[in-house]
Ligand binder design. Structure first.
Ligand SMILES: C[S@@+](CC[C@H](N)C(=O)[O-])C[C@H]1O[C@@H](n2cnc3c(N)ncnc32)[C@H](O)[C@@H]1O
Length: 232
């Protein structure tokens, strides 16, 4: 029997209209729809893809993979191991499997953890999605870069030194995973780029929030779906 194909499909950062036509077609025709969810079964990626889920293939099955955000790497690896086994069984049975991935599947995407377990043995393909830095630029209607300018995308969990290095050496910097918000604000001050930075939360979702004046940002940790855009 011909094996099925494993697709990592980007669903964009939150706006349900930001899925590509290809993403919608693959979601609607998949035999098995797979996605990460929390312990309550809620899935960011599935929620974002809700408009595409209206017309589902009636025989389609779902495979939610519960990965609570607080999980240690080892426990998360167990979830990906078991998920990959179930996906492999479906692929061996000739089924098309679509993994819904928030944003772009290959940009800090959870798809990569399944890919490293399945690529080589099965045909794997990715469908690009709109990633959060692009969505942030669109939400601000601000060019991220122009002409010969440089752009760095860094994770907010990087060391002080790594974040300062990016802020010192690049015209534009996007800081993802801005949970350690107070530390990042301190580094923005230290680098002299505090006034150039904008904070965004839940871009493209109903409760999207944009704070252009960081003096108005309340004290405390940021949420997981938050980032800073710093632009010269
Ligand atoms: C594991 S990465 C996933 C990135 C995603 N694959 C993408 O293409 O943007 C998660 C980080 O992306 C950023 N992010 C993703 N979606 C976001 C959104 N809707 N609003 C703000 N930040 C977002 C946050 O910084 C979050 O901590």
């Amino acid at each position: 029997m011909t094996q099925g194909i494993f697709y990592g499909v980007g669903v964009g950062p939150g706006d349900p209209e930001l899925l590509t036509l290809k993403a919608v077609r693959l979601i609607q025709s998949a035999d098995l729809l797979c996605y990460l969810c929390n312990e309550a079964g809620e899935s960011q990626a599935k929620t974002i893809a809700r408009l595409a889920l209206v017309q589902l293939n009636p025989s389609q099955r779902e495979l939610p993979l519960p990965v609570p955000m607080s999980l240690q790497r080892e426990a998360a690896n167990d979830v990906y191991d078991r998920g990959a086994e179930q996906i492999a069984a479906a692929l061996q049975a000739g089924q098309q499997v679509v993994f819904l991935c928030e944003g772009d599947p290959l940009f800090f995407g959870s798809f990569s953890y399944l890919l490293e377990r399945l690529q080589g043995e099965f045909e794997c393909r990715a469908v690009a999605g709109v990633s959060s830095p692009q969505a942030a630029a669109a939400a601000l209607c601000l060019p991220l870069t122009q002409q010969s300018q440089s752009l760095a995308v860094v994770s907010g969990v990087q060391s002080d030194e790594a974040l300062l290095e990016a802020l010192e050496n690049h015209d534009s910097v996007v800081i993802l995973k801005a949970v350690q918000r107070q530390r990042i604000l301190g580094l923005l001050r230290q680098s002299g780029r505090f006034e150039q930075a904008v904070y965004l939360e839940r871009i493209g979702r109903e409760d999207q929030r944009i704070v252009r004046n960081l003096h108005r940002l309340e004290a405390g940790a940021g949420i997981y779906f938050s980032l800073f855009v710093v632009r010269r």
